[in-house]
Design a protein around this ligand. Sequence first.
Ligand SMILES: [Fe+2]
Length: 293
Amino acid sequence: MDYPVNMEVEPVVKAFFDPATNTISYVVRDPGSKACAVIDSVMDIDYAAGRITYAHADEIIAYVRQENLELEWIIETHVHADHLSAAPYIQEQLGGRIGIGDKIMVVQDTFGKIFNEGTEFQRDGSQFDALFKDGDTYTIGNLEAFVMYTPGHTPACMTHVMGDAAFVGDTLFMPDGGSARADFPGGDAGTLYDSIQKVLGLPDEMRLFMCHDYGPNGRDIQWETTVGDEKAHNIHVGGGKSREEFVKMRTERDATLKMPTLIIPSLQVNMRAGEVPTDKDGNRVFKVPVNGL
Ligand SMILES: [Fe+2]
């Protein structure tokens, strides 16, 4: 298969693990310039207290400044349901364009209804600076990147390939973690299987970077693997597991999972490109739709 970018280039990838939500954010740097991208940043929330802070994002900002990098892109692999994006906070301090998959419109439509957002909430993705379509290419300095639709976990999930590194969002977990759930509104286990096959179709030696890790069976947190390793060892799809087996396993397993602790505030923020919703007086507030999810 032909890919539209040079996959020989090896970007420098710096990971930032958030223990509160088990999210891994990344700064990805063009090895030939000072240009970089931030992927899947996290804004801290104490939901019980309604308090938002920025320690995790500040760490990323400090790194970018310390290394004298120029931030070109702030990428969201999808609308996360378990943590809040810090994209606008980072953009305010470092610049860069906030990008997400164009299927964000489907997600905005679904959750716009669930949260009864009314007509002032735009469902056209206009809160973001860039909407990516399947196969779109872009650059970070001289580093070439392209995007692949990888829906299933959510309808808007995308995998970003930058040189020899791919950022898979929640399409895959580490081999011993398997895959992410596919039971959120708009999710689909069969579609997720097909998307995983697309990722596994990338070159074997390609580096894969996860958005989450939960350290299964007590191992230390990890976030980097390869296509070859996932193909051989992933507990949900490795060794050539069939679509049928996967859908059965995923559906049964998803039925046992509770909603993520932060799903209510996460969706409201992330479908707005990281902005907290406001009431009619401009105060920042979250809604909790009763029996809405
Ligand atoms: Fe997710």
